[in-house]
Design a protein around this ligand. Sequence first.
Ligand SMILES: N[C@@H](CCC(=O)N[C@@H](CS)C(=O)NCC(=O)O)C(=O)O
Length: 232
Amino acid sequence: MIELVQFTPAFGLMNASPFCMKVEVFLRLAGLPYRAINGAMPMRMPKGKLPVLRVNGQTIADSEAILAWLQQRHGDAMPATMRVPITGAAHAIRRMLEEHTYFAMLWLRWIDDAGYANTRPAFFGGMPPALRTLVPAIVRRKMRRDLVGQGIGRHDASAIAMRACADLDALSVLLGEAPYFGGSEPGAIDATTYAFLANALWPPIDTLPRRHLQQQEALVAYCERMRERVGA
Ligand SMILES: N[C@@H](CCC(=O)N[C@@H](CS)C(=O)NCC(=O)O)C(=O)O
């Protein structure tokens, strides 16, 4: 049995980590049976991050490695559109979302005070009272350090929001009139695009990129089409 080790879902999303959601969406689109192991701690994982896949004693860390492993090992069992490795435009989309848009989203959730006011209870509300103040403060401090190191945390709030909006505009152009980023049927890239767009659109955090996305009818319709398709 394939086990998807991930964060506990939050914000009413399949997962509030777009990387965990990406793998779960992929598994569903590929039609592969799996069991979700929620509530994992990233620091206990081989690369210090989630998601991780466990299969028959083997551990695969990192969503990109996980998708490649699934395509290689279980390609025969999945629709042809899901087994083709990502190339060209899809690769560029993935890198933009995972290496840029993601960090803008992280800043808006964790560093921006209005975002943090929603993130904190959603992620830590179930903790014992003694930890509920301490742990979020420690995680927020680490996020701030990581985001400055990555670079986006050196900009002001409006520049960060505008950069995320520019990424959303690019996605809108790239989707065009197609129902999926993979074309007439979902491809592996749709696991990434849906996971990141749903995480920008549906959490109850009122950000400029979220308002911008709400205006992009094709992207909103895309998210609803994907939700229908994968059931969450
Ligand atoms: N490149 C990794 C990125 C995964 C990632 O950044 N996961 C975040 C959650 S969205 C995480 O585990 N963060 C914990 C930390 O940085 O301590 C992948 O594709 O799986």
